[in-house]
Design a protein around this ligand. Structure first.
Ligand code: PMP
Ligand code: GLN
Length: 376
């Protein structure tokens, strides 16, 4: 959709990436590291100073009430990866063997299923209950069988902007203990929850964490998606298995970025804690600007995405609608159907008319896009 947006000079609210630059501090630090010649391989697991800074952040944000021995240990529990994408890939290869089943929730981020299938596994898709996009846990329990190996959760959720609650995490914990399963928790939007809602990280739940890989991305947090920097947090035993595969996928991750991010976390941690209010303001700019449009605006509790229902505007299916919107109207958005299981898409097209907009953009861009969308 970004290619199509560029071809047609459409305002690009499709692919999720910020329009604004990464903080000047981070750019200075990465340049400094490069100029000082810190350009060779880092240790495979990541630079110790970065592992330690991530652990400190996790303690401050999620583990303040935990006993010392329950807290994350950066050196033994965290591995730096080339984006969350590598972390997800490696976590899946670590867990999934021939004929294993993994439960994922549709609409689902697109990188889970191919990684599961390439590992010889099979996805069991469960649709989230729309329009709240919540998990039906009774259905999850019915789907679990002897082949089930893992459940992948993603909160805050791409593409819907929904988030999981404390009760979701408690139910998940009970299920994985009962059926001896693992969890991959994609938390790349962890610092973007709105209206005072708390992000329920798996890292808050020590018992659940014992069976989990928790994945995050600095691209989202520090507006540098092109750096492809992420990490995976997991208990000691799972981390040591994860690292055996990471070693042969990329071996290690871009050294200057690790140095810069470690300094950023140490000296400018307020960037992380202010991200939620920064994005809440963006969300509200877009919602207010669309108030008089004919789209129905769905709730966005986290991420930098907002869903719009266009049933009052067009009969086209969501792919056709997004193509038309990009080529003829001048605003690019993402259709929701590709986030569903292939066999369900036709059926989905007939009943759902929902698109995703990314609001990680300058206010002027959001106003311009909304002005166009209000004319439909
Ligand atoms: N998971 C989700 C839900 C995402 O939205 C993204 C970003 N596209 C990723 C994983 C991948 O993150 P990264 O760019 O750090 O690989
Ligand atoms: N995760 C981003 C999105 O959902 C983009 C990443 C990609 O294009 N693969 O838009």
């Amino acid at each position: 959709m970004s290619i199509m947006a560029n071809q047609h000079q459409a305002i690009n609210l499709s692919q999720g990436f910020p329009e604004f630059d990464t903080p000047a501090f981070l750019k200075d630090k990465i340049n400094q590291a490069i100029n000082e010649g810190k350009n060779q391989y880092s240790p495979s697991n990541g630079l110790p100073e970065l592992l330690t800074q991530i652990a400190e952040m996790v303690h401050r944000q999620y583990q303040t009430d935990l006993a010392v021995e329950q807290k994350l240990d950066g050196l033994n529990n965290i591995t730096i990866t080339s984006g969350a994408t590598e972390a997800l890939w490696v976590a899946i290869q670590t867990l999934v063997r021939q004929n294993d089943e993994v439960i994922i929730f549709d609409p689902a981020y697109d990188s889970y299923e191919p990684a599961i299938e390439l590992a010889g596994g099979k996805c069991r898709h469960i649709a989230l209950d729309a329009p709240s996009y919540t998990i039906n846990w009774a259905l999850v329990e019915q789907t679990i069988n002897a082949k089930t190996r893992a459940i992948i959760i993603n909160s805050p959720h791409n593409p819907t902007g929904s988030i999981l609650s404390q009760s979701d995490l408690s139910t998940l914990q009970a299920l994985v203990e009962k059926y001896n399963l693992y969890v991959i928790s994609d938390e790349v939007y962890e610092h973007m929850t709105f209206d005072g809602l708390r992000h329920e990280s798996v890292l808050r739940y020590p018992e659940l964490f014992k069976r989990a890989f928790v994945v995050s991305s600095f691209g989202k947090t520090f507006h540098c998606t092109g750096w492809k920097m992420g990490y995976c947090a997991a208990p000691n035993k799972l981390t040591s298995e994860f690292r055996k595969i990471h070693q042969y996928v990329t071996f290690s991750t871009f050294t200057p970025a690790q140095i810069a991010i470690a300094q950023m976390l140490k000296e400018q941690s307020s960037h992380v804690t202010s991200l939620a209010s920064f994005y809440q303001q963006k969300r509200d700019v877009l919602i207010n600007a669309l108030k008089y449009s004919r789209f129905t605006i769905l709730p966005s509790k986290g991420t930098y995405f907002l869903l719009l229902d266009y049933s009052a505007i067009s009969e086209l299916n969501d792919r056709e609608f997004c193509h038309w919107l990009t080529k003829e109207v001048g605003v690019a958005a993402i259709p929701l159907s590709p986030f569903y299981q292939a066999e369900q898409r036709l059926n989905y097209h007939q009943n759902n008319k929902v698109i995703r907009l990314c609001f990680a953009k300058n206010d002027d861009t959001l106003f311009q896009a909304a002005e166009i969308l209000c004319q439909l």
